[in-house]
Write a protein that binds this ligand. Structure first.
Ligand code: NAX
Length: 337
C-alpha cells in the first residue's frame, strides 16, 4: 500500500537554493524512493513568478513520487498541514546594513513564519532553518512557535560546514569521504565556528594520527589544523563566492537534504553536526541554537554528550557562543524573544 504523502514546505523556493532543492526532493533523495511528497512553495510576491516557473518544470519532470505542487505568498497556506519545513528564504545583508538591522529584518520574517507554523502545520512538524543568520533565525522561529510546537523540532543547518570539513580531510588524506566518521562543527554558522577532528576517525583510525603521519609529525598536523583546516572550513562560503562568482547553492541544497534525511530516517552509525537548542550541554548557555555533534534515531536530533574538549577547544567554542549570545541579546532587545 502506498505511504501517505509527506507535505514539505520550502520558503524562498523561487531562489537559488530553492531551485536546487525542489527537484531532488521530488525525486526521492530526501525522504526515500518509496515516500510520496507534496510540495508547498512559499515566496514573497516578487519571487512568486520564479517559484511558479520551477513548479512548471517540476510538472515537466513527471516525478513518480510528486503528489502536487502549490505556490503561494501566504505563510498560513504554505504551512497548512506541513510535516517538514525548509526555511530557506531570508533577508540578505544589504549595503551599509548593520548587524542589528539584519537581525531585525530577519526577525520580521522568522517570527511570523514561526507563528504561522504553530497555527497551521501538522502535529509532527519539524523545521530546519537555512536562511542566514541561520542559528538565530531558528531561535526566533522556535520562540514564535511556542508553546504549540516544542522547541526541539527546530534546527539550523551546519551540515554544509560539516560536509566541507569531511571533504577537505578526505582530499588531504586521499581517502573516500565515507571513510571518515565523527567530525564535529561547534558553534555558529559563521566564521567563528570551529571544525573539530579530535574524535574523528578514518577507516577506524584516529584522523589526527593519520594527519600526523601525512604531515610528518603531530606538530605539523596541528599547524595544518589550526592555520589551514579550521579557517578554511569556516570561510569556505567566501572561497566559493571568490572562485565561482556566486554563493554556494548545490552544496547547500545537498546538505539540507542530508540534514533532513538523517533527522527523519535516522543514522546507522556515528554522528553528524546540526545546530539545535542548547540545554546547557558543553557549558553552552541554555536557550541558544548552537552546532553540536548529534545523532538521530529517526525521531529528531540528540546531542552527543560527554566528549572531552581541551582548554583550547573550549576557548574556541566560547568565542562562537559569545557571538551567538550577542545575537540572541540583540534580538531580545528588539522585543522578539
Ligand atoms: P536567493 O536570494 O537566491 O533566494 C532567497 C529567496 O528567498 C528569494 O527568492 C526571496 O524572494 C525569498 N524570500 C525572501 N524573503 C522571504 C520570505 N519572507 N518568505 C518567503 N521567501 C522569501 O538566496 P539563496 O542563495 O537561495 O540563499 C538562501 C539563504 O540561504 C540565504 O540567507 C543564505 O545566506 C543562506 N545560506 C545558508 C547556508 C547554511 O549553511 N546555513 C549556506 C548557503 C547559503 O549561504
Amino acid at each position: 500500500m502506498e505511504k501517505i504523502p509527506t507535505t514539505v514546505t520550502i520558503t524562498g523556493a523561487g531562489g537559488q537554493i530553492g531551485y536546487a532543492l525542489l527537484f531532488r526532493i521530488a525525486a526521492g533523495a530526501m525522504l526515500g524512493a518509496d515516500q510520496p511528497v507534496r510540495l508547498r512553495l512559499l515566496e514573497i510576491p516578487a519571487g512568486v513568478r520564479a517559484a511558479e516557473g520551477a513548479a512548471l518544470e517540476l510538472q515537466d519532470c513527471a516525478f513518480e513520487l510528486l503528489r502536487g505542487v502549490e505556490v503561494t505568498d501566504d505563510p498560513l497556506t504554505a504551512f497548512n498541514g506541513c510535516n517538514i519545513a525548509l526555511l530557506v528564504g531570508a533577508r540578505p545583508r544589504g549595503p551599509g546594513m548593520e548587524r542589528a538591522d539584519l537581525l531585525a529584518a530577519n526577525a520580521g520574517i522568522f517570527g511570523p513564519q514561526g507563528k504561522a507554523l504553530a497555527a497551521a502545520a501538522a502535529s509532527d512538524v519539524r523545521a530546519v532553518v537555512v536562511g542566514n543568520p541561520a542559528n538565530t533565525n531558528a531561535l526566533i522561529a522556535a520562540s514564535a512557535a511556542a508553546p504549540e510546537i516544542p522547541a526541539d523540532r527546530f534546527s539550523a543547518l551546519t551540515r554544509l560546514d560539516h560536509n566541507r570539513a569531511v571533504g577537505l580531510i578526505a582530499a588531504t588524506l586521499n581517502v573516500r569521504p565515507d571513510d571518515i566518521a565523527d567530525v564535529t562543527i561547534w558553534g555558529n554558522h559563521s566564521a567563528t565556528q570551529f571544525a573539530d577532528t579530535t574524535h574523528a576517525t578514518v577507516r577506524g583510525e584516529s584522523v589526527d594520527a593519520a594527519l600526523a603521519r601525512h604531515f610528518g609529525s603531530e606538530q605539523a598536523a596541528m599547524r595544518w589544523l589550526d592555520n589551514d583546516f579550521i579557517p578554511r572550513v569556516a570561510k569556505r562560503g567566501a572561497e566559493i563566492i571568490e572562485v565561482r562568482g556566486s554563493s554556494s547553492v548545490a552544496s547547500a541544497a545537498n546538505a539540507t537534504i542530508a540534514h533532513v534525511r538523517d533527522e527523519q530516517l535516522g543514522m546507522s552509525h556515528g554522528w553528524t553536526s546540526a545546530a539545535v537548542l542548547s540545554q546547557g550541554e558543553y557549558d553552552v548557555p541554555e536557550g541558544i541554537v548552537c552546532s553540536f555533534p548529534v545523532t538521530s534515531n529517526g525521531n529528531g536530533y540528540r546531542i552527543v554528550e560527554n566528549l572531552s574538549l581541551t582548554d583550547r577547544q573550549r576557548a574556541r567554542l566560547r568565542t562562537s557562543v559569545e557571538e551567538l549570545s550577542a545575537e540572541r541579546d540583540a534580538v531580545r532587545d528588539l522585543g522578539v524573544l
